[in-house]
Design a protein around this ligand. Sequence first.
Ligand code: NDP
Length: 328
Amino acid sequence: NKQIRIGIVGYGNLGRGTVEAIKKSADMELIAIFTRRSPESLKIDEANVEVVHISKVEDYQEKIDVMILCGGSATDLPEQGPELAKLFNTIDSYDTHAKIPEYFSSVDAVAKESGKISIISVGWDPGLFSINRLMAEAIIPQGENYTFWGKGLSQGHSDAVRRVNGVKDGVQYTIPADAAIEKVRSGVNPELTTAEKHRRVCYIVAEEGADQAKIENEIKTMPNYFADYDTEVNFITEEVLKAEHSAAPHGGFVIRGGETGADQNKQIIEFSLKLGSNPEFTASVLVAYARAAYRLHKEGQAGAKTVFDVPPIYLSPRSAEDLRRDLL
Ligand code: NDP
């Protein structure tokens, strides 16, 4: 019953999470992992899974039903997305929000031509959060959407603190501001700046002899990244960093406050995620949408899609009858 044959392109955090998510899906089989690096260098020990250089990907067209693209959004996917949509049904987690329309068009043109399905920007944001923003707005047209992120490790901000002079290592968490969330939950639909919605907390390992006050000041005044935020800087040891800050938690809230009826009754819709591992969760979403891509392709559909275009029933391995009985 493992009828859906999967390939993975790119073996980073998301690639590793995808290997695990496929193991939890009885209707799927992982055929191969493709990489731009030397396949031997990855040290992947998965029974019956081939590790292949990306240059040989064309040879797998008949062996793989859906390719899950696990490359980065900044430079990998803009190239790999359209390239692979020529050959395979694809799923990706492209998350540069401002450029999604452009990315959609470039993948759509190729996928329509090749007759494949490409579901782009799948994950939690964009992804599950997007669906919730759409549903909330469609149901309560008179209202306001709010998205809060965290508590979560932010890769970009962690890179930024690590570039500060005297910093040996460090991480940054984005944390939703409680006061802002409570205001939104109360239904007053406040105007909030990005800085009012989130705080930033850094855990820093300083180099020996480094001036901690100087590091703290440099971080807190860093334009764009920290200057506009309530930023907290904590100094810790390398051991503590390793022990307490190696996981990649994340999550957040999508909240809509609105009103209905002549009496302007308040209606609040809230969806939240608390993720112990961002890449493992995102990978789990990708794998569910791989099932949908397989089915849409079987129906003869082609072109780029987003989470907005995919009916929920296509995500589940269970029959429509089962789902109506148990989950409706
Ligand atoms: P990584 O940096 O871990 O991996 C990206 C690519 O880099 C891999 O596909 C791999 O390609 C290459 N790579 C990985 N490790 C190494 C290494 N040690 N040396 C050299 N190259 C390496 O990124 P993530 O997996 O953490 O994230 C991928 C994307 O997922 C992010 O850019 C983000 O856009 C997206 N994302 C989306 C979410 C959503 O909700 N929509 C949520 C979370 C993430 P190769 O094997 O070919 O070398």
